[in-house]
Write a protein that binds this ligand. Structure first.
Ligand code: ADP
Ligand code: MG
Length: 397
């Protein structure tokens, strides 16, 4: 493992790294940082939770420090979601704290005036989502003439969300002479295609698997009737003395409902989903990250890319129908070398989702917990249907 001191970073950056407790580089940082510091383009593929943010922020900051007299926006970081943009903003703020480098987060949903006010005051870095960035660029409200670096974070996700056209439009109007970096958790053909369009003689960095590293996460599944899920959840929160948790459900409706039920039962909870006003969404997210809210009930919108420090428990109140979503959900815990726990509640109707999940997560790694107060035996193929009532009786003996 290499240390940050070994790569010639400016002193104020080393200082904030030390304060953040980052001593050794993560593998992606070890590979990407030296290349980016040389000014070379990269195409980097690495699982989530591996420290990609610092891998591109540090070279951006170093570059700006070296051109202290240069005015204008020198770096643009595009990212798929508003939450991610805010998160990268926080990381930038921390890593840049001993410099005078300024950044603005430019995202949809929040007041444009406020964002523009910051931009007009003079910022070095713009972190934003494609839609809003393109809008401001199109209206000539942001001037990228002095841009030196373009970063596409979670490129695969941006493409999944249909941002390809917008990204092309943004990139087309940026100065030709610049450095570009594309980060992605997976490398499918459309991501490669975009890379080909945007990057110049990139160095390719591949840290193998596109899936989060689950080695430090314990995974368990509880079979439970749908009607008993809430009782089991309450039981588990108590039994395992869970203080904070990220709980996943499938719909915004479920998120609101579960958060309300948790509050009613005396827990501190909040719902996060795509239907909320952006101001509120950002606040909810920030409150959870800062520890102000104990339990966050979220739809998959919160599953990818976002980073919650020291999150110990991820609970799937409902299983996702896409196995990849399962991995991204549980990948919110067990990050940066910390251990984590993923607990899933699986009803009879969800058994069909469990099978592909087991396949992708490694069958042996998932422990089925049979003994719990609300358990029932899942119906096997060909078995007669038992009513929930008779099962309940059997269990309560
Ligand atoms: P990614 O973008 O690859 O999903 P992040 O940049 O969000 O990953 O980083 C994941 C976690 O690892 C964060 O909590 C971050 O603070 C932490 N981290 C990043 N780099 C280091 C490092 N060199 N040493 C210790 N922790 C780190
Ligand atoms: Mg990231």
């Amino acid at each position: 493992m290499m240390k940050f001191e070994q790569i010639n970073l400016a002193t104020p950056l080393l200082q904030s790294l030390q304060e953040k407790g980052y001593n050794e580089m993560t593998p992606i940082q070890e590979k990407a940082l030296p290349v980016l510091l040389k000014g070379v383009d990269i195409l980097a593929c690495a699982p989530t939770g591996t420290g990609k943010t610092a891998a591109f922020i540090l070279p951006v900051l170093q570059n700006i420090l070296q051109k202290e007299s240069k005015k204008g926006i020198k770096a643009l970081i595009l990212t798929p979601t508003r939450e991610l943009a805010l998160q990268i903003g926080l990381e930038t703020e921390k890593l840049a704290r001993h410099t005078s480098i300024r950044h603005a987060v430019v995202i949809g949903g929040e007041s444009m005036e406020e964002q523009l006010y910051l931009v007009d005051r003079g910022v070095d870095i713009i972190i934003g989502t494609p839609g809003r960035v393109h809008h401001l660029q199109d209206q000539k409200l942001i001037d990228f003439r002095n841009l030196d670096i373009l970063v596409l974070d979670e490129a695969d996700r941006m493409l999944d969300m249909g941002f390809i056209g917008t990204i092309r439009k943004i990139a087309f109007r940026l100065p030709r002479k610049k450095q570009s970096a594309l980060f992605s958790a997976t490398l499918q053909s459309d991501t490669r295609e975009l890379a080909k369009e945007i990057l110049r003689k990139p160095e390719f960095i591949d840290l193998a698997t596109s899936l989060p590293d689950l080695s430090l996460i314990s995974q368990s599944v509880y079979y439970v009737d749908k009607q008993n899920k809430f009782n089991l959840l309450k039981y588990l929160l108590e039994e395992k003395q869970i203080q904070t948790a990220l709980i996943f459900v499938r719909t915004k409706f479920d998120a609101e409902k579960l958060a309300a039920e948790l509050i009613k039962s005396g827990r501190d909870a909040c719902a996060l989903h795509g239907n909320k006003e952006q101001d509120e969404r950002s606040l909810v997210f920030r409150n959870f990250v800062s520890g102000k809210t104990a339990i966050l009930v979220a739809t998959d919108i919160a599953a990818r890319g976002i980073d919650i420090p020291n999150l110990e428990f991820v609970i799937n109140f409902e299983l996702p129908n896409e196995p990849e979503s399962y991995l991204h959900r549980i990948g919110r815990t067990g990050r940066a070398g910390n251990s984590g726990h993923a607990i899933s509640l699986c009803s009879n109707a969800e058994l069909r989702f469990l099978k592909p999940i087991k396949k992708i997560a490694g069958n042996k790694k998932i422990v089925i917990i049979e003994q719990h107060p609300f358990s029932y035996a899942p119906r096997q193929k060909g078995e007669a249907r038992q009513s929930a009532a008779s099962i309940g009786k059997m269990k309560s003996r």
